[in-house]
Design a protein around this ligand. Sequence first.
Ligand code: ZN
Length: 295
Amino acid sequence: MVLGDVEILRVVEWRGAFLPAGDLVPDVAPGVWADHRDALAPDHWDPVGDLAVVALQTWVLRIGGMTVLIDPGVGNGRERPGNPLFHMREGDLPGRLARAGVRPEDVDVVVNTHLHADHVGWNTHDVDGEWVPTFPNARYLLPAADDAYFGPAGGYGGGAHPVDRLVHEDSVAPLHRAGRVRLWEGVHRFADGLTLESVPGHTPGSSVLRVESGGDRAVFVGDLLHSPVQILHPGAASCFCLDPVRAAAGRRRVLGRAADRSELVVPAHFGGAGAVEVRHAPGGGFALGPWADRR
Ligand SMILES: [Zn+2]
């Protein structure tokens, strides 16, 4: 995609049927997926198995000679007990990035919208048994609230999920040791037209990246949305939201602004075209506008 002077690439790590739809978005009544079959199947919902279809993917921005990576995936060779899709994964995201013309040394900035396992994995890679930054020249922009919560200061997410400590130790702590981290909070404009904004709820530091260029606008919303069904029902959290009520408030606010300002909404995990415009709908909800490939 092209947005003003920004070239936007998507590099997919994995795509498929992920979880029963009702498990991924438990607050949505079972019949809703079928009610919106035309919009959801097959890219976001497998009606045969009633499964949510998602993608694990990294968005790449090229702007003014700068290369920005958003949420570099799951990573390889990691201990992720209880998660067969992520555990000791052997994928080829770096190869796919290279084929898209993105070499590790060319990446200037890595954005982690939040510090869940599927957004930080390729922050690092294994060199002779040691985790080191995959993108050696990049500044890694991490939400300070997530670094505190999921790091040692927060007892690795309060110890609720043992995997949080593993994720921090193999995908975040090595960046600190290498001096590559820039922690931020609130609103953080790091380049012309690129602004990070904290939208807590999914995690304490969950954030969105607003992009503006030549009158065009997009907002990369990370895990504020896992499925288009949450645009139609913005009060519905995903099963991974740590604070579902706060997440819903943030989702309404970000979607409302996107509808007001014609921002293209680019979530972390949408399959299909991957990005969509939204419209206000009667009753305070939202409707799906054109998908990115139909703009
Ligand atoms: Zn995610």
